[in-house]
Ligand binder design. Structure first.
Ligand code: 4AD
Ligand code: MG
Length: 460
């Protein structure tokens, strides 16, 4: 008998004889002559109710099965007599695959997110985390579909690299450990060798490599893990996160904003249309306003304002911020959230930032003070996208690198792209986890990553 996923059964149009399902027990309830077992196999949020008649040979064994145990059930799919589900499985035979002892941490009760974080290896077995990670999977596919349908090529940019794209120095160094290894605690490990003699680190962004491919293949994107050695404990930063980074040749800042806005709306719409069962859980238990917030974003036209105006609005507001703001300073998350959440009440695009707070590769504006940067801020999260038009003029770029003290010789390959067939081009990076927070209403980034990497979190 071939195993069938519960997702298929709950969508069945007709009764089915002899189905086989395998999964984990969520709850068990005994009544006179019957036991009712709720099984979940992870294929969807919904459990399948299994009805076990006391005359079944394995009924006695079943008395001892516990929450969390893995079982296989074969039986018939029949209309359910109970309320809450269309179908149930009338068991013909049951095999206990493994019994979970009563130390199983996920007994039926509400668990706090903090507790579940401490058992990140088991939390996908709960409704909430099962839904998060199914949405995360669907959303990944949607990202690829979006770009593929628009003729973008998918580039695998390197994880180990010698460059620091953002220049913020938040790097994890990569070291080659060569034998012989120390045998006593007094002997020191030699960390000086680095990447076979060269300095290297984990990438903070695939952008610089993606630019090379945009200037070759036209429209490209990369979507992969990126790393920041930020020793900070905030609800929207992790040390390892996934970034979606499109990069387009012959594309200016406005077209770049257009793409960012369109991508956000597409991905939200995709999840609302295709993950309604899982999203509904968040709309009921996490954020009652979730669906209307998301629909508002999709139907709104994002406000676009220069950095100067954003700071003026903040200065005129009567809010007392923890970090005071003034012209020339970078926006903190409280400022971003005030602008998107309270002032405009919708996503906003802030552009033309002072050159002093942005990286070397951004295109200098005519005022020589601001660069063609754009960040997209959304309610509840703040910055979701950071991007820019890139500096395509070799002399201007070299000048900027000199002023910032960047070693031009290390960027010889990057500068080559400005020497040979340089062209205007733009791109951005969208934090995949922040997008998931926006879409699910989850407020801590640690809860949308399977195994979050934050200070003190490296066990799993
Ligand atoms: O603004 P960032 O630093 O931009 C770049 O890295 C550019 N090189 C991207 C590009 O133009 N191709 O990061 C982009 C986005 C942020 O807007 C944020 O959503 C997310 O990445 N992000 C983080 N997400 C989680 N944890 C962190 N520590 C993050 N740092 C940035
Ligand atoms: Mg940024």
């Amino acid at each position: 008998m071939k195993r069938i996923k519960i997702l298929q059964l709950i969508n069945s149009e007709k009764v089915l004889d002899d189905v086989l399902i395998k999964g984990w027990i969520r709850t068990k309830r005994d009544s006179k002559n019957f036991s009712f077992i709720e099984i979940n196999d992870g294929s969807c949020l919904k459990n399948m109710q299994v009805v076990v008649d006391e005359n079944l040979p394995s009924y006695a064994d079943l008395k001892k099965v516990t929450t969390g145990s893995a079982i296989a059930v074969s039986g018939d799919l029949v209309p359910s007599k109970g309320s809450g589900q269309k179908w149930e499985v009338l068991a013909k035979s049951i095999e206990i695959i493994s019994l979970a002892p009563d130390t199983y941490p996920l007994q039926k009760k509400r668990h706090s997110d903090e507790f579940l974080r401490s058992i990140a290896h088991l939390r996908p077995r709960t409704n909430k985390y099962g839904s998060i990670f199914r949405i995360r999977s669907e959303l990944s596919w949607a990202v690829h579909n979006y770009f593929r349908e628009r003729g973008f090529r998918y580039i695998h940019t390197p994880i180990i690299t010698g460059s620091d794209c953002e220049g913020a120095g938040e790097l994890f160094r990569v070291t080659t450990l060569t034998p012989p290894f120390p045998t006593t605690p007094d002997e020191k490990i030699d960390f000086s060798t680095d990447f076979f003699g060269a300095e290297s680190n984990l990438t903070v962004s695939g952008q610089l490599s993606a630019e090379m491919f945009a200037l070759s293949l036209g429209d490209v994107y990369t979507f992969g893990p990126t790393f920041r050695a930020e020793n900070s404990n905030t609800s929207r930063h992790v040390a390892e996160f996934w970034m979606i980074e499109p990069e387009m040749a012959f594309c200016d800042l406005i077209e770049n904003m257009d793409l960012g806005e369109d991508l956000i709306k597409f991905l939200i719409t995709f999840v609302l249309d295709n993950c309604s069962q899982d999203i509904d859980l968040f709309a009921r238990f996490v954020d009652k306003q979730l669906i209307s917030t998301l629909k508002n974003i999709v139907s709104s036209e994002f406000e676009r304002i220069p950095y100067k105006k954003a700071v003026d609005i903040l200065l005129r507001s009567n809010k007392s911020f923890t970090y005071p703001i003034s012209h020339g300073l970078d926006l903190q998350s409280e400022h971003e959230r005030y602008l998107a959440e309270q002032f405009f009440k919708k996503p906003i695009v802030i552009y033309d930032y002072p050159k002093t707070i942005k990286p070397f590769y951004m295109r200098m504006n005519e005022d020589d003070e601001t660069v063609a940067a754009m960040d997209i801020l959304v309610p509840r999260i703040g910055e979701l996208i950071g991007g820019s038009q890139r500096e395509e003029r070799l002399d201007v770029l070299e000048n900027r690198m000199d002023l910032l003290g960047l070693p031009k010789e290390s960027y010889w390959w990057y500068l080559d792209s400005r020497r040979y067939g340089s062209a205007p081009h733009s791109g951005f990076g969208m934090g995949f986890e922040r997008l998931l927070m926006l879409i699910t209403g989850v407020t801590n980034i640690r809860d949308v990553v399977p195994f979050p990497r934050t200070p003190g979190n490296i066990d799993f």
